[in-house]
Design a protein around this ligand. Sequence first.
Ligand code: GLA
Length: 386
Amino acid sequence: MTDLRQDTRDSFAEIFGRDADGVWSAPGRVNLIGEHTDYNEGFVLPLAINRRTVAALGLRDDRIVRVGSSFADELVEIDLADLGPEVLSGWSAYPLGVAWALGEFGADLDAVPGFDVLIDSNVPVGAGLSSSAAIESAVAVALNEVWQLGLDRQTLAKVGQRAENVAVGAPTGIMDQSASLLGERDSVVFLDCRTLDAQVVPLGLEAAGLEMLIIDTGVEHSHATGGYADRRASCEAGAAALGVESLRDVSVADLDRARELLDDVTFRRVRHVVTEDQRVLDTVRTLREHGPAAIGELLDASHRSMRDDFEISVPELDLAVETAQANGAIGARMTGGGFGGSAIALVPSDAMSRVLVALDGAFAEHGFGQPDLFTVSASEGAKREN
Ligand code: GLA
């Protein structure tokens, strides 16, 4: 981390010919449980991870914005007067989308100064660990400070979501940005996506002798196209048919009635969301009362619900989950939007090597590409580094 911060500061000076005013960082996230519940105004339980995006930023005395990054050769330049979602594309839509979205949440884009920013990251891209929310959150906290906007973290999460929804065009919820902005070391963020009330709940993996393994299947997913938006539409149709504002207003006890009112597919989409909300509440209670060693069955049930009812898993994710479970993990599930990306497994430290070997073997046996395997720990949210 120290290196990434210093490297980014050094590269900023090299590229822009002056020192940055400061360096900010924001983490990627893993969702422990609560999938596709955020845009249904339900509950989620993500954590910020120890993989971060760093943004070195310096204000300018004109109205120009220049954005560079270690992962693209181009330097994108735009006048603040021309900034709008319609002119943004490619990776720079994330940082520039945030600058634009801040205007929607109170920044006076006709008055604020331009800036140069350089972005670097060790959050893997395309693994379902919210590398995009990490960029958005790092830039949001940086601009909130240098433009002296005084926006709170919940509002900055909405800014990042708006950038993603409008500038990037992915109809995602509020979870990823909230995790990146509100996360704390060794804790999960229990977020009510209706009120945005957030509570930090201790996770205590190390004390329980557990590690969180990420199994990145390498299967690519995109939330700007296809399945994600379809599922969101099914949830909205289900809520409308049940006469509620959102699926948050449906409880497990209402499901028998829902079965009579909905077609089979919509019913199963609704059942996933409604039971998943309950599993988040159960996980929070279990974590508080018994610690992380007791939540495995809830993770497993969440995966089954996504595989069978919400139908967003893929064979590689199912294999990852089943192999981890069969070789000593206490619980495992796919994490994130689905259709690819990563699974997580809670693995006792003394079973880790067996799980790793079994995963490599199982993927090879099925003719799948080798998964990328690494552990993460719960880390602090976005902050100024220096
Ligand atoms: C993606 C989205 C989130 C959330 C998850 C599914 O990560 O960005 O808003 O909907 O999928 O839980």
